[in-house]
Write a protein of this length. Structure first.
Length: 190
């Protein structure tokens, strides 16, 4: 994958997997830092994961080849996920499969959601490896923080409907302490 096709500095929709020298190989030309990164296996270009995909796919056929995914341009990203997930299902069955850095590698790759579309920033190393820095987890952190904040705000609104809180506001001109509306400031540190 060349840099001119990738949107540098932006997030791409990718399918990636942890680098493992026993799967992907390693030689004297390989970049040393690739060992701790995710390798980018597929970068989606101009296709949404919400688009219809061919449900009559040949992915279940034994003679299906990886190259056939790309016959008519770009394949659907979920087809790529299915293909790589099937590979890892077979790979996990062998108990001798290890990783040279990560001790619980087998547990990680045996999870159902190990291979899935991710939002990631994509980089090419000088040795030709295309790596991805996953950003989806930060999106999940922000979503959790917002969900928690919205739930707190709903609780405050319900407390403000209480007649004692309304009476307190009539007398003092402000809400009781337990009815203070949570703000966005500091929502990640609660």
């Amino acid at each position: 994958m060349s840099n001119n096709k990738l949107s540098r500095g932006k997030l791409n929709l990718v399918v990636c997997e942890m680098y493992n020298k026993f799967i992907h190989g390693y030689d004297e030309n390989s970049y040393d830092d690739v060992k701790g990164h995710y390798l980018c296996m597929h970068v989606s270009r101009n296709r949404s994961i919400f688009d219809e995909r061919d449900t009559e796919s040949d992915l279940d056929d034994d003679d299906y080849q990886r190259d056939q995914l790309y016959e008519n341009g770009e394949c659907h990203i979920n087809d790529v996920v299915d293909l790589y997930s099937a590979y890892y299902i077979n790979y996990v069955k062998n108990p001798t499969r290890k990783h040279d850095i990560i001790r619980n590698y087998r547990r990680i790759i045996s999870k159902n959601d190990y291979i899935q579309p991710q939002l990631a920033e994509v980089f090419n190393f000088p040795s030709g490896e295309c790596v991805a820095i996953i950003k989806t987890m930060w999106l999940k952190v922000v979503q959790r923080a917002w969900r928690r904040l919205l739930n707190q705000r709903k609780e405050v609104i319900n407390k403000r409907k209480n007649p004692t809180a309304l009476h307190f506001r009539e007398i003092h001109g402000k809400w009781p302490r337990e009815c203070s509306y949570p703000s966005v400031n500091g929502m990640f540190w609660r």
